[in-house]
Design a protein around this ligand. Structure first.
Ligand SMILES: Nc1ccn([C@@H]2O[C@H](COP(=O)(O)OP(=O)(O)OP(=O)(O)O)[C@@H](O)[C@H]2O)c(=O)n1
Ligand SMILES: C[C@](O)(CO)[C@H](O)COP(=O)(O)O
Length: 213
C-alpha cells in the first residue's frame, strides 16, 4: 500500500484517566500495536508520541514527538511523510477492518479527501439549562471516524492555512473543508469506535476476543 499512515498517539488520555492510550493493553496488545497491525501493508508508518516518552522497541514505525493538540501532532507527522497519499488514524481506535481501510483509500484516490462516517443512532437534543430543549434532526448529521485519507499535498496546504488563520479543529477533514475543498464520505463501522471513556475499554476487551479484522 503506497501510503503514509500517520498515527497521532500523543494525547494524555484524560477522559480515560489511565495515562497515554498508546500503551494501554487490550486483548494482550497495546492500542498502538492494534493500530500498527491494521496498517501492516502500508509502505510508511509515522507515530506521534507524547514528548519525552521513549519510543517502544521492535515496532515497524518511525516515532516523532507530538504537539500540544491533535492537530499539532498530525502537522508534525505530515512534515515527515514521504508518499503522495496519507491516512490519518487515531491510536485510540484499535479496530480497523481491511474493508474500511480499502473504502477510505479508494475514495481518497478518486477524490483527494475521504472520511468514514456513521448515522446517529440516538435522539439528539440541545439542552435548555438542566432540561430537555430543542431536538436536532439526526437525519442531517453523521458521526465522523478515522482513518481519514488525503492527498498529502492537499492536507499540507490545509494545515498551513489553519496555522495562518489560527484555526483549531478536532479532525483533519475540517481543515480541508475550511480550505474550500470537498471531502467525500464513505460508510464507517461501529467497531471502529474511539476508546475514550472507561466503559469503552470493557467493550474493546470483548471485541478483541473475536476480532480478526
Ligand atoms: N496533543 C495530542 C492530543 C491527541 N492526540 C491523539 O489524537 C487522537 C484522538 O484524541 P483522543 O481520543 O481525545 O485522545 P486523548 O487526547 O489521549 O484523550 P483525552 O482527550 O481524553 O485526553 C488520539 O489518538 C490521541 O493520542 C495527539 O496525538 N496529540
Ligand atoms: C478525529 C476524531 O476521532 C473524529 O471523530 C475526533 O475528532 C477526535 O476527537 P478528540 O476529542 O481528539 O478525541
Amino acid at each position: 500500500m503506497e501510503v503514509s499512515v500517520l498515527i497521532p498517539a500523543a494525547g494524555r488520555g484524560e477522559r480515560l484517566g489511565l495515562g497515554p492510550k498508546a500503551f494501554l493493553k487490550v486483548g494482550g496488545k497495546t492500542l498502538l500495536e492494534w493500530a500498527l497491525g491494521a496498517f501492516a501493508q502500508a509502505a510508511e508508518v509515522l507515530v506521534a508520541l507524547p514528548p519525552g516518552v521513549e519510543a517502544p522497541k521492535g515496532l515497524r514505525a518511525t516515532f516523532l514527538p507530538g504537539g500540544e493538540t491533535r492537530q499539532a501532532s498530525v502537522a508534525r507527522l505530515l512534515e515527515a511523510a514521504n508518499l503522495p497519499l496519507v491516512l490519518v488514524h487515531d491510536v485510540a481506535r484499535p479496530f480497523v477492518s481491511q474493508d474500511l481501510l480499502e473504502r477510505v483509500l479508494k475514495a481518497t484516490q478518486a477524490t483527494g479527501a475521504a472520511v468514514p462516517v456513521l448515522p446517529v443512532p440516538d435522539t439528539l437534543v440541545r439542552p435548555e439549562g438542566e432540561g430537555y430543549g430543542e431536538v436536532v434532526s439526526r437525519e442531517a448529521l453523521r458521526l465522523v471516524q478515522t482513518p481519514q485519507g488525503f492527498f498529502t499535498a492537499l492536507l499540507r496546504e490545509a494545515h498551513a492555512y489553519a496555522r495562518k488563520r489560527g484555526l483549531l479543529a478536532t479532525d483533519d477533514a475540517q481543515l480541508v473543508r475550511a480550505l474550500g475543498y470537498p471531502v467525500a464520505l464513505v460508510p464507517g463501522e461501529r467497531t471502529a469506535f474511539k476508546v475514550t471513556y472507561p466503559e469503552d475499554l470493557a467493550l474493546a476487551e470483548a471485541l478483541a476476543r473475536v476480532w480478526n479484522g
